[in-house]
Design a protein around this ligand. Structure first.
Ligand code: SAM
Length: 208
């Protein structure tokens, strides 16, 4: 019974749906607050014109980015309809100003006439069981010299968590991430680490 419940919550984190998806995403946003603060300090947006967020969830990160950096436009792709609706509502002002553009769909089917200077995603890599197609797709969407940032919990720290043990979550090891990124063409792959209130966190950074 407990396993069914954990699997259900894990599937809601992967793709929030319905009423429960609203509750889970509100809770996720509250719990992730320290991560958003840290990631805002890690992302180097200063010179970026076009930024892509993968799996934007409630849309809070993109909102903070456009509020802090006046010359940047943020695009987003998320395959949860309720996250699309929520992020659209939350970012209404910036959408009307043409500074935030939201798409609803899977990253693997996402197409854009714009190439991005910065691409980032928080808590999405766990849901990619095969990394290479995602890394290839991201690489194809970026400008040369563009920077990719993917936030995840530290694999060794998180792998014993009950959520990480479900079939929904994929715990990728850093060596494997680096090898696959490099074989897709990324370079300077490195892992920025941080301890947030006792939680070991990691941001993968790579350059096209
Ligand atoms: C755990 S939530 C994280 C949300 C937000 N980034 C955060 O950290 O608060 C994962 C989000 O990524 C989206 N997502 C997962 N895989 C995706 C994919 N392949 N394409 C588009 N969106 C995806 C989900 O719909 C969900 O909104």
């Amino acid at each position: 019974m407990k396993n069914i419940y954990i699997n259900y919550i894990a599937s809601q984190l992967k793709k929030p749906t319905g009423f429960i998806g609203h509750i889970v995403s509100n809770k996720m946003q509250k719990m992730n607050e320290p991560i958003y603060d840290w990631m805002i300090s890690v992302l180097n947006i200063e010179r970026a014109k076009n930024v892509l967020e993968i799996g934007y969830g409630t849309g809070i990160m993109m909102n903070r980015i456009v509020s802090n950096y006046k010359n940047v436009k943020v695009y987003g792709i998320d395959f949860s309809k309720i996250m699309f609706d929520k992020a659209k509502f939350y970012n209404d002002k910036y959408i009307k100003q043409g500074r935030i553009h939201l798409d609803f769909g899977d990253l693997l089917s996402y197409n854009s006439s714009i190439k991005f200077d910065v691409v980032f995603g928080l808590n999405v890599i766990y849901f990619w069981n095969k990394l290479t197609p995602y890394f290839e797709k991201i690489f194809s969407l970026m400008n040369t010299g563009g920077v990719l940032y993917l936030y995840m919990r530290d694999t060794n720290d998180f792998k014993n968590h009950q959520m990480a043990k479900t079939v929904i979550f994929n715990m990728h090891d850093k060596k494997d991430i680096r090898t696959k990124m490099e074989s897709c063409g990324f370079n300077q792959v490195n892992f920025i680490e941080m301890n947030l209130n006792g939680m070991k966190c990691c941001c993968i950074k790579a350059i096209k």
